[in-house]
Design a binder for this molecule. Structure first.
Ligand code: G4P
Length: 282
């Protein structure tokens, strides 16, 4: 689940992406609905200019529904087509198909004016590691198609999946790398489990998450762990350790275990649907 980035990976991934994107009419960009900005890479706007664009708010099932709506409005107002999706269950995939059809219309109209007829629209899925690209492609293709090739450095011939008579999808997703330099981005990606916890200590990460949840989703921790949401974040984590019997030898509290438990509950949606970023109001 965790990914690690090395400069070599990034360069290779970028090169592959630049090569593949030339062949593409429509870029389907997956972001994590819980952190839609932190899981985006701004380079995609440059890479995808002059292409039709569709943003998929993936893992929408784990994100706050009201915030999904805010993000829908946000990206729509920027001129993107936007769809909320749960790739694991396949919900929202029909809307994606419709979005692709709309993009097709534009493309076919352009082609028609240039005298090109019946050329299928070619689409490519892009996004940061672990955002759900393979799961999404499989849901859209309605079969398991992505095996290898979804890792930098693993090469295989380009293959196109025929979605219908108008659309072809590249079976190898384009890998984008997140903007690690921004501290908040690093934190957000660590929360959702996309980068190794070691970047921050697990306990430290849990304290940040507790601060966020108590401030924005008050009562959630109290209900889940039958604790009082009072005091500092370390006191709350101690209560979670007590509730979950996270103990070391000699009955000392195992704070690291409690932190991992909390992060795991959050990442798997067991704390309910929580979104970490909201669009800025301008
Ligand atoms: P990638 O190709 O972009 O690297 O991502 P991939 O499809 O491998 O998905 C990464 C993880 O995210 C997988 O979980 C996958 O099941 C999960 N996932 C993808 N889309 C969704 C979604 O819309 N909702 C939810 N809840 N999860 C999603 P995993 O823990 O690595 O494996 P597993 O739990 O499926 O076994």
């Amino acid at each position: 689940m965790h990914f690690q980035w090395y400069p070599g990976h990034m360069t290779k991934a970028k090169r592959m992406m630049q090569e593949n994107i030339k062949l593409i009419d429509l870029v389907i960009e997956l972001v994590d609905a819980r952190v839609p900005l932190s899981s985006r890479n701004p380079d995609i706007d440059e890479l995808g200019k002059n292409k039709s664009r569709l943003i998929v708010l993936n893992k929408a099932d784990l994100a706050d529904e009201k915030k999904n709506d805010l993000w829908y409005e946000h990206f729509t107002s920027q001129g993107f087509m936007v769809v909320s999706v749960n790739s694991k269950k396949g919900s929202g995939i029909k809307m994606v198909e419709q979005g692709i059809q709309n993009a097709c219309k534009e493309k076919m109209e352009k082609d028609r004016k240039r005298g090109i007829l019946n050329r299928p629209v070619r689409a490519m899925v892009v996004g940061i590691p672990n955002v759900g690209k393979s799961t999404f492609i499989n849901a859209l293709a309605k079969k398991s198609v992505t095996k290898t090739g979804n890792k930098p450095g693993v090469t295989k011939g380009k293959q196109w999946i025929r979605l219908n008579k108008n659309v072809e999808l590249l079976d190898t997703p384009g890998i984008l790398w997140p903007k690690f330099e921004d501290q908040q981005v690093g934190l957000d990606l660590a929360f959702i489990g996309s980068i190794k916890d070691e970047i921050l200590q697990t306990e430290e990460l849990a304290y940040h998450l507790i601060d966020f949840i108590t401030a924005n989703y008050s009562g959630v921790l109290a209900k889940k762990y039958e604790i009082k949401e009072e005091g500092k974040s370390y006191e709350i984590l101690e209560q979670i350790a007590v509730n979950r019997h996270a103990l070391l030898r000699g009955n000392e509290l195992d704070i690291r275990k409690a932190a991992m438990l909390l992060l795991d509950d959050f990442r798997n949606g067991r704390l309910g649907r929580i979104t970490l970023e909201v669009p800025e109001v301008v």
